[in-house]
Design a protein around this ligand. Structure first.
Ligand code: NAD
Ligand code: UDP
Length: 325
């Protein structure tokens, strides 16, 4: 099982996953259409003979040979997935069908990067895997939420109908180095704003909550989930259960950066979930996994990354690659 396909491998999480798999002596085929990811994220891997990069859109079938598949391709930030919502749904649904057909043909494991967004604006707290969710099917976030829900449906139908060893993890807000500076997600926004002493943009009153997981912890969980036997399908929540308000996060980022930024309140986007906290009992039991990097430590590492980035020209390069400004 040396060769691994990572779709969305040039994105934030994908590039960390590729790096980790190469450290484990795997051969990695990274497939990406570079919508939100970039070659830049995998530059350091290009000289490795075990790494291959293929520009391809997963909405069209993929004819490759591989030993297992991680399906991460899909823009993850609301700004990017709402830029072309029809394409987002296609990526989720057609992309899932294409990776599942490949896994079926090759009789290999395939893991889906699903999301806490399948719970929508939840009525139960914290969210466990048996909660079915509260999702608006026709709103601005639906292309992502419902797209991911449909992908999960497909994964479980391929298990039932074709006996594919398919697996689903539901990822809660994850942050770390290689998030795009203009991605629009809360951690990258706050850090970039704080480092450049701009106002910190809080949507709504900042009382909504999220639970933030550092990228290395998340990648460890993906690897452990893939390593489970073929009859383990999930879904399994992956995230850090330490929950906080968005306003508290802003204050923490200001403290850690020593910034003079002030808080600026802006309208809350439609259908923005009020609270989010993973119940990770299943991940603890099945994967013997729990996060190890605390928020202060993870934010410090992420802040160091953005400090370097903002000092260098790479920042401008990345901005020019981004399809949404
Ligand atoms: P990202 O936007 O940095 O990465 C997504 C990658 O997929 C990018 O490299 C992009 O170019 C690629 N991509 C998009 N559409 C594609 C297509 N049609 N064909 C091929 N490649 C395509 O986002 P991320 O944070 O790295 O997220 C990776 C995965 O994890 C996504 O599926 C996302 O839904 C899921 N996820 C992430 C988080 C998080 O907090 N980061 C939370 C929940 C779920
Ligand atoms: N948010 C904010 N200011 C920003 C970006 C985001 O207050 O500059 C809020 C957003 O409204 C949401 C939370 O932070 O309540 C997390 O947003 P993100 O887009 O990172 O993730 P998601 O909403 O998908 O969980």
């Amino acid at each position: 099982m040396r060769s691994v396909l990572v779709t969305g491998g040039a994105g934030f999480l994908g590039s960390h996953l590729c790096e980790r798999l190469l450290k484990e002596n795997k051969e990695v085929l990274c497939v990406d259409n570079f919508f939100t990811g970039s070659r830049h994220n995998v530059d350091q891997l290009l000289d490795n003979a075990s790494f291959k990069l293929l520009q391809h859109d997963i909405t069209t079938p993929l004819h490759v040979e591989t030993g297992e598949i991680y399906n991460l391709a899909c823009p993850a930030s609301p700004k990017h997935y709402q830029f072309d919502p029809v394409q987002t749904t296609k990526t989720n649904v057609l992309g899932a069908i294409n990776v599942l057909d490949l896994a079926r043909r090759l009789k290999i494991k395939v893991l889906q990067a699903s999301t806490s967004e399948v719970y929508g604006d939840p009525h139960t707290h914290p969210q466990a895997e048996d909660y079915w969710g509260n999702v608006n099917p026709i709103g601005a976030r639906s292309c992502y939420d419902e797209g991911k829900r449909c992908a999960e449906t497909l994964f479980f139908d391929y298990v039932r109908q074709y006996d594919v060893p398919a697996k689903v993890v539901r990822i809660f807000n994850t942050y770390g180095p290689r998030m795009q500076p203009d991605d629009g997600r809360v951690v990258s926004n706050f850090i970039v704003q704080a480092l450049s002493n701009q106002d910190i943009t809080i949507y709504g009153d900042g009382g909504q909550t999220r639970s933030f997981c550092y990228v290395d912890d998340l990648i460890e969980a993906l690897i452990r989930m893939m390593a489970t036997s073929g009859d383990i399908h999930g879904p399994v929540n992956i995230g850090n259960p330490v929950e906080m308000t968005v306003r508290h996060l802003a204050e923490l980022v200001i403290e850690l950066t020593g910034s003079s930024s002030r808080l600026r309140f802006r309208p809350l986007p439609a259908d923005d979930p009020r609270q989010r906290q993973p119940d990770i009992a299943k991940a603890r039991e099945l994967l013997d996994w729990a996060p190890t990097v605390g928020l202060r430590e993870g934010l410090a590492r992420t802040i160091a990354y953005f400090e370097d980035l903002l000092r260098s020209d790479e920042h401008r390069v990345l901005r020019s690659l981004s399809p949404v400004q």
